[in-house]
Ligand binder design. Structure first.
Ligand SMILES: Cc1cc2nc3c(=O)[nH]c(=O)nc-3n(C[C@H](O)[C@H](O)[C@H](O)COP(=O)(O)OP(=O)(O)OC[C@H]3O[C@@H](n4cnc5c(N)ncnc54)[C@H](O)[C@@H]3O)c2cc1C
Length: 284
């Protein structure tokens, strides 16, 4: 299909991009274009103006800080998948990046674009939520930060205000071990269901746990009850089965052409059990 008519600007500074976005309320940032351009071609979106962030070099840069890493919004999935720092500090993210689309899409699609787009089946929102990332936003009224738990509000819905740009995400280092599991229809498709599980084990028992589910509902969900259950317990098959069952309990699951809500819930339990079993056996 042909694109609707639109104007295009390619600023070289963040300040200029913010000004352009605020000059026209029907403008949208353009990152890798891997989601926005197909949506425009399908007439699901028709912004009057696209503000391309591709020439703002600062947004592409990532930096390792003493206790965290700040990942630039315009770092592509391919850049992050090849980043030694990400492999070292966030093995969960490195594992999940293998599931993001295909190489051609990973070459253009960006970390920030994926987070701002907030597809319920996308891996990066789950990863950033599991690792307690802090979203860095910049707009006409200045900079602000938001925890991931407040940022993702629903399918394609975030706390970004009109005219704001996501500049990056600061992710604290984690001392937990992590496992990631996903099921999608074909390799590189968005997830039908996925889980991220993190645990620390001290003296044979679980001392820290973080369990997140994605693809099931319209935004990443934390399984707090199952996390609490794991603390102080040995990760035996029975404990893992109980925690996995608890992790999906009470979630209002979504249903679409790919899977029913019931299938997603039982899949989530299976994936969580697999992830926790990997962690318990050290098979990560
Ligand atoms: C065939 C195919 C398969 C795919 N499979 C997967 C998959 O398995 N998993 C997955 O996670 N993704 C998948 N994707 C999506 C891909 O990961 C995209 O990279 C991502 O969704 C959007 O990133 P982008 O950089 O292309 O953003 P764009 O398409 O340019 O933008 C997406 C949206 O985010 C907004 N936006 C972008 N950057 C910013 C910013 N810095 N600040 C504020 N708003 C911003 C835009 O205005 C737009 O509304 C797939 C895409 C395709 C085409």
């Amino acid at each position: 299909m042909k694109f609707p008519a639109f104007s295009y600007a390619c600023p070289t500074s963040l300040a200029e991009a913010i000004e352009l976005l605020n000059d026209d309320e029907d403008s949208r940032p353009l990152a890798g274009g891997q989601s926005l351009l197909p949506m425009m071609a399908l007439r699901v979106a028709a912004p009057r103006m696209l503000v391309d962030l591709g020439n703002i070099e600062a947004l592409r840069q990532s930096v390792v800080l003493p206790d965290s890493m700040r990942i630039g919004a315009m770092a592509t999935h391919a850049m992050n998948a090849a980043s030694f720092d990400i492999w070292m500090h966030f093995p969960l993210m490195a594992q999940a990046l293998h599931h993001v689309a295909h190489q051609a899409v990973r070459n253009r699609g960006t970390f920030g674009g994926s987070i701002a787009h907030a597809d319920a089946g996308a891996e990066m929102p789950l990863v950033v939520s599991a690792l307690d990332g802090v979203l860095l936003l910049d707009g006409q009224s200045g900079q602000r930060t938001l925890p991931a738990s407040e940022f993702f509000q629903g399918h394609y819905t975030t706390a970004i205000e009109p005219g704001e740009i996501l500049t990056g995400v600061e992710i604290p280092f984690s001392d937990m071990d992590w496992a990631f599991e996903e099921l999608s229809r074909r390799p590189g498709d968005l997830a039908i269901a996925m889980v991220a599980a993190g645990v620390s084990v001290e003296d044979g028992v679980c001392s820290q746990a973080r369990l997140m589910l994605g693809g099931i509902s319209d935004h990443p969900i934390r399984a707090v009850e199952a996390e609490t259950y794991l603390i102080g317990r040995e990760l035996t098959p029975n404990v893992i089965r109980a925690a996995a069952g608890m992790s999906a309990a009470g979630i209002h699951a979504r249903s679409d052409t790919h899977a029913s809500a019931d299938f997603r819930l039982s899949l989530a339990t299976t994936l969580m059990r697999r992830a926790l079993t990997q962690l318990a056996t050290g098979a990560i």
